[in-house]
Ligand binder design. Structure first.
Ligand code: NAD
Length: 399
């Protein structure tokens, strides 16, 4: 980059950033008089609330209000935490004007509640999945940009040590040119899991099954480490469970640059091994649920080896290499810390709305491929997906 180009980049990018995130005042002008970020929660009686609590109790946070339609539990939690309670989110936003709102309701409500909060002037951290259909996620991102507020998605698995390390190695090009990715995960669930909450596994209640719920982090990790696929063919059947939507997803994927992939995720199987395997021309790596990262490097890049090896049945030597893992835990509190740094110090946020959209685009694309029996190009046609989902919600399009 020339000196002039660097200067232009620095000035333009910084002016844009400060205009975007500080246009309505820094935390010192918009926050509480304690100079903290004033937080509120929508859906505060949620099961996942306890995972958010450490983030809501960080020193830079002033937790001002909880909101839920479950008054008994919401009020009890608000009392324990010494903050206000509301059962109407409009009233809460108007009276409290929080700097940050976390949304942790069932996913079909994410878009409306996040948009209302952004329009009220708050930064928004929304639980995964960002929404249930891509058109909604587009609108959330559009409103965040228009309101100059930060929209973030809770993808805490990006902070897993092996994920952070894998991403660094990939960015350094340690595997050479990527060739193949395989992701196999079983999130075994008995029927009692679906009976626990009637919205689970239904088209109206969560807009899908395993893809919208358990697999949201897996789809995100694929997009985070490899990039979003361009093309796919998928089968998303209901193999075992008595639910409306898919309990299994099986897909062939094509990523930019011709990288080929395979994905298999199910709540109907038992397989203790979660395996994300990435193969490149210079080596391979495997990430497992047991927080392990195994890296194997070739002594000759396969692109050179095939040209030079005189032995027609040979392959390059391969060594497993020791890799020091990055620090990280994969917990919600790390998402909050990063979100606060993004708001107050201008650090790029690790999982912005666009990351939520990419994972959702993949989930929607897999479901679309199954029901239309077709190969699908991403990005999806928003209207066609909305029509498909509306039909599934009305009981059309049986498997
Ligand atoms: N990041 C993760 O690893 C992770 C893990 C579990 C759940 N989640 C996500 O968190 C969200 C909540 O999941 P859960 O299992 O805790 O659900 P839950 O059913 O336990 O809680 C949802 C809460 O939303 C409340 N609610 C419903 N409608 C509301 C409304 N209109 N306004 C305000 N509150 C309303 C309910 O009363 C309930 O308290 C889901 O989107 C889920 O995908 C994320």
């Amino acid at each position: 980059m020339t000196f002039i180009a660097k200067l232009y980049y620095t000035v333009v990018v910084n002016v844009f950033f400060f205009a975007r995130f500080f246009g309505k005042g820094s935390i010192y002008t918009m926050g509480s008089d304690k100079g903290k970020l004033r937080h509120a929660v929508i859906g505060a009686a949620a099961g996942i609330f306890s995972s958010h609590l450490p983030g809501l109790q960080l020193p830079e946070v002033d937790l001002v209000a909880l909101m839920d339609i479950n008054v008994a539990l919401g009020q009890q939690r608000a009392q324990e935490l010494g903050c206000a309670f509301y059962n109407d989110h409009h009233q809460m936003l108007q009276q409290e004007q929080p700097d940050v709102v976390t949304v942790m309701t069932p996913h079909p409500l994410h878009a409306r509640l996040a948009i209302d909060s952004l329009r009220a002037g708050s930064h928004v951290l929304v639980e995964k999945p960002i929404a249930v259909q891509v058109g909604e996620a587009d609108e959330m991102i559009h409103v965040a940009t228009e309101q100059q507020r930060l929209l973030g998605v809770v993808f805490q698995q990006r902070f897993r040590p092996e994920v952070k390390t894998a991403r660094r190695l990939l960015l350094e090009g340690r595997l050479g040119a990527l060739q193949r990715v395989e992701f196999t995960v079983a999130w075994t669930r008995p029927a009692s899991y679906f009976q626990q909450a009637t919205w689970r596994g239904t088209w109206k209640g969560e807009g899908g099954g395993v893809l919208m719920n358990q697999a949201a982090h897996n789809l995100d990790l694929l997009c985070y480490l490899i990039g979003a696929p361009e093309r796919l063919v998928a089968w998303t059947p209901r193999l075992l469970h008595n639910i409306e939507a898919e309990d299994t997803a099986h897909a062939l994927l094509e990523f930019p640059g011709g990288v080929l992939g395979y994905l298999h995720i199910s709540t109907a199987e038992v397989d203790k091994v979660e395996r994300l395997k990435i193969v490149g021309t210079a080596g391979s790596m495997e990430i497992s649920r047991q927080q392990a990262l195994t890296v194997r490097l070739l002594d000759t890049d396969i692109r050179d080896f095939v040209k030079t090896s005189p032995n027609p049945y040979s392959s390059p030597g391969e060594q497993q290499v020791e890799v020091e893992l990055e620090a990280g835990q994969g917990k919600h509190v790390e998402v909050y810390q990063a979100f606060h740094r993004a708001i107050s110090q201008g650090e790029p946020f690790i999982s912005p709305g666009e990351a939520g959209l990419a994972a959702l685009e993949l989930a929607n694309g897999l479901i679309y491929s199954h029901y239309t029996h077709s190969q699908v190009e991403l990005p999806l046609n928003r209207q066609k997906y909305a029509d498909l989902l509306a039909g599934l919600r009305d009981g059309k399009g049986q498997q």
